[in-house]
Design a protein around this ligand. Structure first.
Ligand code: SF4
Ligand code: SF4
Length: 155
């Protein structure tokens, strides 16, 4: 998990900053696919898993995830999501994050623009911790330290 985060950071992703100004996503889709190639281990709920090929899902002691090889999601085909309509919530939400009830976004996403305000409501975004189920507090603390800027990391 930490290795994936370090890889994402080396690729310029997982630099979460507060969305305190007009911000929108203009996704570059197949011309980019950076998120699916770099962070590709989204958590899958039981309901979501019923719409996804079982071979694409791994079950670990931390929960269910989409299978990834070297952090590249196995469902990425020709630089496009092959289950786009049924992709997990975490994929739908990216690059937005809910950090302690405050909206953040991944500054590394090349589709982020600041001309129009299309920020989602933070209440519609799952808490950041949901991406790391059953992770110990010290590891979660380290992940937050690595990924989130301008946050009080004493929790
Ligand atoms: S990194 Fe951003 S622009 Fe690139 S595919 Fe993902 S959401 Fe779209
Ligand atoms: S499920 Fe689709 S959107 Fe999510 S990481 Fe995989 S290819 Fe990308």
């Amino acid at each position: 998990m930490i290795r994936t985060i370090i890889k994402a950071k080396r690729n310029g992703l997982l630099k979460l900053v507060p969305a305190s100004e007009p911000t929108r996503l203009d996704c570059l889709a197949d011309k980019c696919a950076k998120c699916c190639k770099t962070i590709g281990v989204p958590v899958v709920t039981i309901a979501e898993s019923q719409k996804i090929d079982g071979n694409a899902i791994v079950r670990t002691r931390h929960g269910m995830f989409i299978r990834a090889e070297k952090s590249v999601c196995c469902l990425l085909k020709n630089n496009l999501c092959s289950i786009y309509a049924d992709r997990p919530k975490g994929c739908r939400e990216y690059p937005w994050y809910n950090v302690q009830g405050r909206l953040y976004y991944d500054k590394g996403c090349p589709g982020i623009k600041h001309d129009v305000d299309e920020r989602p409501k933070v209440d519609n975004i799952q808490p950041f911790e949901n991406f790391f189920p059953l992770t110990s507090k010290p590891i979660l603390w380290l992940i937050k330290k690595l990924c989130i800027r301008q946050i009080d990391c004493r929790f």
